[in-house]
Design a protein around this ligand. Sequence first.
Ligand code: MF3
Ligand code: CO
Length: 250
Amino acid sequence: MIEIKTPAEIESMRRASRVVAEVLAELGPLVKPGVSTKELDSFAERRVRDLGAVPAFLGYRGYPATLCVSINEEIVHGIPSPKRIVKEGDIVSLDMGAILEGFYGDAAITAAAGKIKGPAQRLMDVTKRSLELALSEVKAGARLGDVSHAVQKYAEAQGMAVVKEFTGHGIGRHLHEDPSIPNYGKAGTGPVLRAGMTLAIEPMLCLGRAEVVVKDDGWTAVSADGSLAAHYEHTVAVTEDGCDILSAAD
Ligand code: MF3
Ligand code: CO
């Protein structure tokens, strides 16, 4: 069942999502050669708490941190570590959730450390654009498959591969609610979107093949062929005539 949120609930979700957006915006410039992923995580946790929210991932199914930091061939769920140092040319995905007023916000960006290579830049650009195209499909009366299809069609036309093992999701009083939102599918299929549904849409694309392997830590998902991956995510609300991006920077 896909829940419909009230306008007041959506405003709480906007405040939670804005905390995420603000902290991600602050983290972006800290992604530089020499920084450890643990330093990024510590900064994120402090800022989330300073802004009056609670880290959403910390303790979720035993996840040990505020941030997921996934570098290069890591797709999602990279665990921060003081031993993992960002280096020149890395692409670094930062995924974070926050809880405020009982509601969740969830968003992700991919940041470049120093000067990156052409294909890495293209992957980041295409992934970001695929999210924008997905959001442009969101409105009351559209079908969820329209959103999924928009990501797949654009990504594959650009020669990128769509990760299928992980999906976006409904979000609200829980981090993961119905529906599951794959980044591939057929237009005109799936549930009809209604105003007040709140969704976390999160394309994950690879430069090579998109097969996934989870590392021995039980979390870090990497591309099986070692190819680069990028990830962007927004929390949005469906409106009568479009999409209200709750995790947009203020
Ligand atoms: N954005 C990701 C998701 O919605 C992050 C979850 S990470 C976890 O699945 F640590 F909380 F599991
Ligand atoms: Co998410």
